[in-house]
Design a protein around this ligand. Structure first.
Ligand code: ADP
Ligand code: PHD
Length: 442
């Protein structure tokens, strides 16, 4: 049994949904199909939540109307039989009634999460109508019945394994089960989600919980590229990555994968394949437990980073100083990504600025605090198991024109990170494409 996840772009139009239908029926392997919301929908629902929070009811009404018109046109092109059209219209009526009624309710975060869940509920139900029109036998499963967060807001893989409703169907030839990515219930039983881009995570959690043979992430590009294709023109697809390499790339900004999506697959040793819905025959990328000492494989960049420097002569020959500093970040539940130290200063980075001011105030008694916002971490990933003296030289030769704020190497054998001002990100990625991957700008 395989788990196939199709992202927002892969279900973004009736034509794309037809492509998905032909991919999932190309063999008779039993499959769980995890769908994201139609591209753009989650953004609209986020915006709806924002408008309701600010009390702008008219703008909220306009937005829901505009979205409904988009879906009406979508359904027109998706199915043609009258039964299917009226069924699809009834689906739209049900979910848009909920969106419209939310406009008159008093806002709370729970309501906004409930609104966000409508995107995936809609896409999966509409996709079922397309399959029915094609006479393809399929079952629709509600992810809210089995996708659950525990008290620490961590997904509960055991729960998924135990509560997946159609476990007895999973070895039946040709069986197709369609469910939603992204959405889940939290430990209080409320509708919640796995954060933006979380459908990848849903797929790997289901794969892990049900011991799938493979998880496939189908998107609009043929696998993980060596560099960010949104920023650099001449990039190429990487055929193999280890779980460790893929996890680093996802965490450090390779948008093709949700940051946490590799962890369950790695823990339960379930291979992940990245494939292109528009080019189903392209090889894509296979991510597995196989480690290879191949040097630098890819680079990714993570934005919205703040660098915090704490400078104090009290650090000199002292112990316990770092613990006290890290306790401040622990108190505000703010993860630290990069750290560098000198005898009298420590610099570290965070990607969550929500408590930056409070953190600064609590750090002030320890020394002089300097904060640089709008930074990017450029992360080079690969397997540097053997001593490769040329690697660091290659990286720094490529970055001679870029002011580097921090460097981290040796923390793991998979990662070299440098911190730069975001205004230099594009030129840094382009220079690395040339200097490290020998790719000329197209
Ligand atoms: N290193 C990378 N390799 C491949 N794609 C990347 C990389 N970094 C960023 N991306 C972007 O990720 C996009 C796919 O992810 P996403 O938009 O979330 O897809 P989906 O809507 O299918 O979930 C690609 O179109 C590409 O622009
Ligand atoms: N629809 C959700 C979940 C998701 O994973 O979407 P996509 O697969 O299009 O990145 C979002 O936009 O965040």
């Amino acid at each position: 049994m395989k788990v196939l996840k199709f992202g927002g772009t892969s279900v973004g139009s009736p034509e794309r949904m037809n492509q998905v239908a032909s991919i999932i029926t190309s063999d008779d392997e039993p499959k769980i199909i995890v769908l994201s919301a139609v591209s753009g929908t989650t953004n609209s629902l986020v915006e709806l939540g924002r408008l309701l929070k600010t009390g702008d009811k008219q703008a909220a009404k306009d937005l829901v109307l505009e979205l409904r018109q988009k879906y009406d046109a979508f359904v027109e092109d998706l199915v043609s039989e009258s039964d299917r059209r009226s069924e699809a219209k009834a689906i739209l009526d049900e979910h848009f009634t909920l969106l419209n009624s939310a406009i008159n309710l008093s806002f709370n975060e729970g309501l906004s999460r409930e609104l966000l869940a409508q995107g995936e509920l809609l896409s999966t139900k509409l996709f079922i109508e397309l399959l029915k029109e094609k006479k393809i036998d399929v079952d629709w499963l509600n992810a809210l019945d089995f996708m659950k967060l525990d008290e620490d807001d961590e997904p509960d893989v055991e729960f998924i394994g135990k509560n997946f409703p159609a476990k007895d169907q999973l070895d039946k030839k040709g069986k197709l089960l369609v469910t939603q990515g992204f959405i889940c219930k939290n430990s209080k039983g409320e509708v919640d989600n796995l954060k933006r881009g979380g459908s990848d995570y849903s797929a790997s959690l289901i794969g892990a919980g049900l011991n799938a043979d493979e998880v496939q992430i189908w998107t609009d590009i043929d696998g993980m590229h060596n560099n960010d294709p949104r920023v650099v023109k001449n990039t190429y697809s990487i055929s193999e990555l280890s779980f460790n390499e893929a996890a680093e790339l996802a965490y450090f900004g390779a948008k093709i994968l949700h940051p946490a999506s590799i962890l369950p697959a790695q823990k339960y040793n379930c291979p992940v394949r990245l494939l292109n819905t528009m080019r189903p025959d392209a090889k894509g990328t296979i991510i597995s437990g196989k480690e290879q000492d191949t040097g630098i494989k890819a680079v990714a960049a993570k934005d919205n980073i703040s660098a915090i420097k704490i400078k104090s002569t009290r650090m000199l020959l002292a112990y316990g100083f770092l613990r006290k500093i890290f306790e401040v970040f622990e108190k505000y539940k703010t993860p630290v990504d990069m750290i560098t130290t000198s005898e009298v200063a420590v610099s570290l980075t965070i990607d969550d600025n929500s408590n930056l001011e409070k953190i600064k105030q609590e750090l002030e008694p320890f020394g002089k605090i300097e904060i640089d916002t709008n930074q990017s971490i450029i992360c080079l990933v690969g397997d540097f198991v053997s001593d490769r003296p040329g690697i660091v030289k290659q990286v720094f030769d490529s970055l001679t024109e870029i002011p580097v704020r921090m460097i981290s190497y040796g923390g793991s054998r998979h990662n070299i990170s440098v911190l730069i001002d975001t205004s230099y990100k594009a030129s840094a990625l382009q220079s690395l494409n040339k200097g490290v991957f020998q790719m000329e700008e197209a």
